[in-house]
Design a protein around this ligand. Structure first.
Ligand code: COA
Length: 187
């Protein structure tokens, strides 16, 4: 009966986050997604928008709850009576930062355990900034985020660009406009 928290900025939540979350929901009694009020990050979505999107996308996971936190992850962990911090490990490049964070959290609270889950292969290169960038430049992100997130991104950043259309000139000689007869001069 172990409770876990899944902290992050989630600006916005992606299919990669959801992949980690659905696995965590199978492993733990309860998973609390805790959205960081991250002052270091200039977020596209407000805190309430991020919370709403995560709630919309996790309705199918009954033991997953969503809230926000400010301050230390370990304090948040205690507040929820949880013992485990869930993190996704996407690539080797994540390791150094994650290693430091896990050790520091353990130092701050010896009862804090960090459990790393690896996302499915197709999500290993995802992060929220790349999603925001693709959407802002008019690309489609439908493969990478849930529908609700895609719709919200479109609303905020505008519709994806229409495919570029090349204008093909008509075959043969272009018809010149018909000459109109000069008007007879009035006598
Ligand atoms: N799928 C897709 N994207 C993922 C992902 C996954 N499985 N896992 C992480 N990411 C992305 C995030 O979307 C984020 O993208 P972005 O930087 O483009 O916005 C990026 O990877 C970094 O994620 P993460 O390291 O989780 O950062 P974060 O901003 O989401 O959250 C906190 C960081 C909140 C966990 C961390 O700052 C924290 O613990 N803060 C509290 C303060 C504290 O306790 N400090 C001491 C700890 S040592």
């Amino acid at each position: 009966m172990v409770k876990a928290i899944y902290p992050g900025t989630f600006d916005p939540i992606t299919n990669g986050h959801l992949d980690i979350l659905s696995r965590a929901a199978l492993l733990f009694e309860e998973v609390q997604v805790v959205v960081a009020v991250n002052v270091r990050k200039n977020t596209l979505f407000s805190l309430s928008e991020r919370l709403e999107l995560i709630r919309d996308c996790t309705l199918h996971l009954p033991n997953v709850h969503v809230s926000s936190f400010e301050g230390l992850t370990v304090d948040c962990l205690r507040r929820f009576g949880a013992e485990v911090v869930i993190r996704g490990l996407r690539a080797v490049s994540d390791f150094e930062y994650e290693f430091q964070m896990a050790l520091m959290n353990k130092k701050l609270d010896p009862g804090c355990e960090t459990v790393y889950l690896m996302p499915s292969e197709q999500y290993t290169y995802l992060n929220s900034s790349v999603i925001r960038e693709i959407a802002a430049l008019g690309g489609s992100v439908s493969e990478f985020v849930p529908h609700a997130v895609e719709a919200k991104l479109r609303k905020k950043l505008g519709a994806p660009h229409a495919p570029i259309q090349t204008v093909v000139p008509p075959k043969g000689r272009a018809k010149l406009p018909k000459k109109t007869k000069p008007r007879a001069k009035k006598s």
